[in-house]
Each structure stands twice: as structure tokens, then as C-alpha cells.
Design a protein around this ligand. Sequence first.
Ligand code: FAD
Length: 151
Amino acid sequence: MTILQPDLLRLVYFSRNRISRPDCEMIWEIDQILETSQVNNGRAGVTGALIFNDGVFGQVLEGPKDAVEETFERIQLDERHHDVTLLDITPIDERSFADWSMGFVGSHSLRATYEVQTKVTDFDISRLDGDEIFKMLLLLTLKNEVTAKAA
Ligand code: FAD
């Protein structure tokens, strides 16, 4: 039986990386973001997934309205990225990423699964709408391509 939670929201945005590091060090930087996210989100009851490809982040946050809004406010102030663009904010009946305080998809997993299935190359997250980012992250979660670390 699914227990409905009141005031549950899903929020989707994309943003552009501002961290100027070689790719190998970006992995370390993203790991720092994931570690903080997993602690904070676990505490606040926020779940979701983050993707990073070609300098663009895409993220889905889901959870109680206040917790999602507070988390997104902090994220928008973060100087490690800019151009934070809200794509979608929707009431939901249940979570799609219930097991992930913050899952992660990097370029390698994206190419290995999503690009092969959709035949989309030169993939640009910032050209997708909120529903497309959500569905892509969901597909990769179901295919077990989401990890907790930025490997
Ligand atoms: P701390 O981690 O201690 O940070 C304190 C301050 O320092 C914050 O203002 C932070 O923005 C800044 N800061 C920390 N490390 C660095 C650094 N290496 N370079 C520059 N400034 C830095 N947080 C979540 O809680 N949940 C999420 O889902 C989430 N997703 C994120 C997605 C992206 C793409 C990015 C860039 C950040 C994300 N964050 C997320 C981090 C968020 O922006 C805040 O940094 C974090 O929530 C602050 O956590 P804290 O209060 O524990 O402070």
C-alpha cells in the first residue's frame, strides 16, 4: 500500500558549472557536493538525482514542499554554478527516487545507457525540459546507472 504524503513536490532545474578544474578534479568537486547533499537531504527528507554532462548540471529534488524550497534556495546561492534555471515544480503523490538522498549520473553512464537507447549524441541537458530531465534520470535509475559517487 502506498502511503500518500501531503505537500510533496518535485522540482527540476538545470545550471551551468562555474568550477574551473580539469575533469579529474571535477569528480572530486562533485563528490563534495554529493556528500553534503546526502547529509542535508537525508536530514530534511529530500530525495532526488543529479546529472552532470558537458558543463551542465541537471537535478531533480523531491520531498515536502518546505524542505524542497529551502534546499533549492541554498542551491541557488552556491557559487560553484550559475544560470540556475527552474524548469518544473509539480505536486506529486509519491516519490520516484525514494531510495536516493541524492543519486548521481555522470557523462560515462549517460553515454553508456541513455545516448545508446535514444541515439542522441552531443547531449545538452540545458536543451531539455523538466519532464525530459526527470524521465532521463528515472530511466537511468531503473537501469542502475545512478551511483552515490561521482565515479
Ligand atoms: P557547507 O557545505 O558547509 O557550505 C557552506 C557554504 O560554503 C555554502 O554557502 C556553500 O555554497 C559554500 N561552499 C561549500 N563548498 C564550497 C566550494 N568547494 N566552493 C565554493 N563554495 C563552497 N545541497 C543540498 O543540501 N542538497 C542538494 O541536493 C544539493 N545539490 C546541489 C547541486 C549542485 C549542482 C550544487 C552546485 C550544489 C548543491 N548543493 C546541495 C550544495 C548547496 O548549494 C549548498 O552548498 C549546501 O546545501 C550548503 O550546505 P551546508 O549548509 O552544510 O554548508
